[in-house]
Write a protein that binds this ligand. Structure first.
Ligand code: ZN
Length: 336
């Protein structure tokens, strides 16, 4: 596998190189850039890519990447750690989910294309310059500024019993070590990293969702540590580093996450909060208008558990008011 080439090198010391991959010159002559940290372990092994802030307001993974990179510097391990602390730097800089220039959501347009908008170009360029050079990917997300999500880890669903990328993705998700394991089946949208990386390169990806603006108020360090420990657990799974000794979460649940949309805007109040089970027909949240009249009561379409929700009081028509999950079995095709 060929090594990742950087266009700009900012620091090179010991086993660590920091720099940028450029993807387009702006009118002010500066470039759109992808920041990349490459740390060579010095022994043969896997190349693990870990990226954060592809949605610019989701930064718990970014902080974990920065913390772990400082620790891996000048140490010997097997393989190569590639950290991208802010994949969509244009969105990260203004603390926005989407790209400032064209308004696109980067995680809906993979594999991207080179003949359209800058976000499409970023996706295509990243796949060519970075993703095609690695063995596995951890693509961090979280609740960002308007959602809350309980820590979960998504894996790609199995296409059949011989689906090696899905098997490794599932084992990475197990190793990452959080309570909820999300099979990304029946998604209401396409163009996301994990499924497109598998399609293009047959490589395994996991998508942890950790942290949110409301969790940051008291749990910012805890959430960063969940990300940091999760990366190390996955590195240990790939035998890049020795076992971490972290106690496995015992009561893990397999889920299919569903996005329940409000039909009306107004002031939203939760009736079921995170980690609460519900029955079919139970009200998950209500929306009142500015005169105090109830305009909507969102009922559960099936029994399940609340994983997250719209976390600011004001909601628009069509927003994700409840992130509810069906409890499912472990993947039927999974064999060790
Ligand atoms: Zn995200």
């Amino acid at each position: 596998m060929e090594k990742i080439q950087l266009d700009v090198i900012v620091n090179q010391r010991g086993n660590r190189t920091d720099g940028f991959i450029n993807y387009g010159q702006k009118a002010d002559l500066s470039f759109y850039q992808i920041p990349v940290i490459i740390i060579e372990g010095g022994k043969p092994g896997k190349t693990l890519l870990v990226d954060g802030a592809m949605h610019g307001d989701e930064t718990e993974g970014s902080e974990a990447i920065i913390k772990l990179a400082a620790e891996l510097e000048d140490t010997e391990f097997a393989g190569t750690f590639v950290g991208v602390p802010a994949l969509n730097m244009e969105a990260f800089t203004i603390i926005s989910r989407g790209t400032i220039t064209d308004g696109f959501n980067l995680n809906r347009i993979f594999p991207g294309r080179k003949d359209q908008y800058i976000t499409h170009y970023l996706a295509a360029h990243y796949m060519e310059r970075v993703v095609s050079h690695v063995d596995a990917v951890i693509n961090f997300h979280g609740g960002g500024d308007v959602l809350h999500l309980e820590p979960l880890c998504a894996y790609v669903p199995f296409d059949g019993p011989d689906d090696t990328a899905a098997r490794v993705s599932y084992e990475m998700a197990q190793a990452f070590n959080v309570k909820y394991l999300w099979s990304q089946q029946n998604l209401p949208f396409g163009g996301i990293t994990s499924l497109e990386y598998k399609k293009a390169f047959n490589i395994p990806t996991i998508i942890p969702e950790v942290g949110s603006q409301c969790s940051r108020f008291t749990n910012r360090d805890r959430d960063i540590d969940i990300c940091y420990n999760g990366i190390k657990n996955v590195m240990a799974y790939f035998e890049m580093i020795p076992p971490t000794g972290q106690k496995p979460v015992e009561d893990k649940l397999h889920i299919e996450l569903n996005y329940l949309h409000s039909r009306n805007g107004g002031i939203m109040k939760l009736c079921k909060r995170e980690n609460e089970f519900f029955e079919e027909g139970e009200v998950l949240c209500v929306i009142d208008n500015l005169f105090g009249d109830r305009v909507e009561a969102l009922k559960a379409p099936w029994p399940g558990i609340v994983i997250g929700y719209w976390s600011v009081p004001v909601i628009h028509p069509g927003d994700w008011c409840s992130l509810a999950a069906k409890i499912i079995d472990a993947p039927e095709f999974y064999k060790k």
